[in-house]
Design a binder for this molecule. Sequence first.
Ligand code: ADP
Length: 360
Amino acid sequence: MARITLDDVTKRFGEEGDSVVAVDDVSLEMQDGEFIVFVGPSGSGKSTLMRIVAGLETQSEGDVFIEDTVVNQLGPRARDIAMVFQNYALYPNMTVEENMSFGLKMSTDLSADEIERKVTEAAEMMGIGKLLDNKPGELSGGQQQRVALGRAIVRDPNVFLMDEPLSNLDAKLRTTMRTEINRLQNELGVTTLYVTHDQTEAMTMGDRLVVLNYGELQQVGTPLECFYRPANEFVAGFIGSPSMNFFKGDVEGGTLTVNGFEYDLSERMLSNVGDRERVTMGGRPGDFDLSTDPVGTNSFEVVVDVVEPMGSISYVYVQPVNQSHDETFVIEIDGQKPISEGQRLYAYVPSEDVHLFDME
Ligand code: ADP
């Protein structure tokens, strides 16, 4: 069990003057038992940050604490951390049982009986009790990942670190394993840091998300906070699928103009604008609606470009008729609604559902 604190952690790779800042002044506190997901696009510093927590990489500046102890000088073993990787990292010549018990045999003075009991228990937990005598090469990708997780569990560590553990599995298995890892984390209550570039994984797994871009912390919050109250345009665009629609807007005398269309903002939204003159307005596809007639004052005419039926919902790509630039955006509608390409309709988004961001 462990609380982990990062204090002004920066990591630079390469020579002075020609270095890459992989992690840029990140401060963060992860509570004991919390499930934290580091999420961001490729190259945003997620793995580097996790490797710094593990002790596999040394930060250029800043401190890492486990509980109240600075662990900067401690190697991975002394930090009592178990890692699970995307390529499973199993020993091919050992059986499942040997793979799972190897670490314990090397690093503890537990008796053979105790080790066997722990391995059997973890194997049962992961549903691989019948595979203990098999070699990794005889197992499917999903089974191998279960072994890797089982091996982490037997160690009974302070912290689990998981770096894209599901990215080599097919889509269906990924969904199953997502649920399994959630269940496991709940049951064991061990502080877990999980790295992924997949926003769906992030939304469904973490207690809190740590959203990173170019090594910089963008937002720390629950998945729903990041979805409903994104801190900036980057988070708004990254969390949620399909992505939020963005429109450039000008503010003058309390009026927001988007694509030549005057947008009637609520009092609350107006107070968010502050003294900005240019903003980006964002709206989630599901917050827009389409109708044959204008609804309220915030409707504008669009022409339907493409309809993408998904079953219970459809994604409708539309273009504003009076647009100042070529901007197609997407609206999520009930899949039963008959809409055809080329049709002219009115798009509408309630003013309380729009988001305003500084223009990037
Ligand atoms: P992510 O896990 O989000 O994909 P990484 O932490 O792997 O991102 O990488 C962050 C940045 O640091 C990238 O620009 C990457 O090229 C760079 N980087 C990572 N590891 C090294 C390394 N060992 N040497 C040089 N640059 C590195």
